[in-house]
Design a binder for this molecule. Structure first.
Ligand code: GLN
Length: 206
């Protein structure tokens, strides 16, 4: 029921995806992009799950305000618990919603969305199917559902010069670039995970 992520320990249960080391690249990329840790950033974390990303970012950028959203009320209970364990309730607001209901614009958006294809999911280890929530893993038949829906909202929720850092699945680099082709995003960085698979994309909104 405990997982270490970035610099802290988090409570986890079967209602949230266990934090994975590759997701730490999102925090690392943000630190590379925004060096001033005192900046008052307005940040959105989509699909917060355990809250590990939002909380780690809140601790790095202590003047930032983070809206952490999820469509799973059970996941939000876990996030709430972690937020109080880490004393960051002043910085993080939790919301049970999807990004369609978000009306304001952000300086930074991060997300580790569900991105497995149906085949990936069916072929995943039994432990994953047994102990991890399907809703956090399965990204529609082709794994790209989140990116396709999100690309249509970018102009409404990203400020000019804002930063978007997304985790992606294996072989999703090219499809994601094509999905975001018309979204006025400039690709800044691609990071590879420990198995040399393209794992995060960092964009600037132009
Ligand atoms: N990397 C995770 C896995 O393969 C998938 C995470 C996700 O879909 N966001 O188990």
């Amino acid at each position: 029921k405990k997982k270490y992520f970035w610099k802290s320990e988090f409570y986890v249960d079967t209602n949230v995806l266990d934090p994975r080391p590759e997701t730490e690249f999102i925090v690392e990329q943000l630190l590379n992009q925004i060096k001033d840790k005192n900046k008052k950033l307005k940040i959105l974390d989509i699909g917060t799950g355990s809250g590990c990303l939002a909380i780690s970012i809140a601790k790095e950028y202590c003047n930032s305000k983070i809206t952490a959203i999820d469509i799973s009320s059970k996941a939000l209970k876990v996030a709430k618990k972690n937020i109080s364990l880490h004393n960051v309730s002043k910085q993080i607001e939790l919301k049970l919603t999807n990004f369609d209901d978000i009306q304001s614009k952000f300086d930074v958006i991060v997300s580790n969305p569900p991105y497995l294809t149906l085949d990936d999911y069916k072929n995943s280890q039994i432990e994953i199917r047994k102990f991890e929530p399907k809703i956090a893993l399965l990204g529609g038949n082709d794994g790209l559902k989140f990116y396709k829906l999100f690309s249509k909202k970018i102009h409404k929720i990203m400020k000019n010069n804002s930063i978007l850092i997304l985790e992606i699945g294996s072989n999703q680099y090219a499809p994601c670039l094509s999905i975001f082709k018309n979204s006025k995003l400039k690709l800044k960085k691609v990071t590879k995970d420990f198995q040399n698979i393209d794992r995060t994309l960092t964009f600037i909104k132009i």
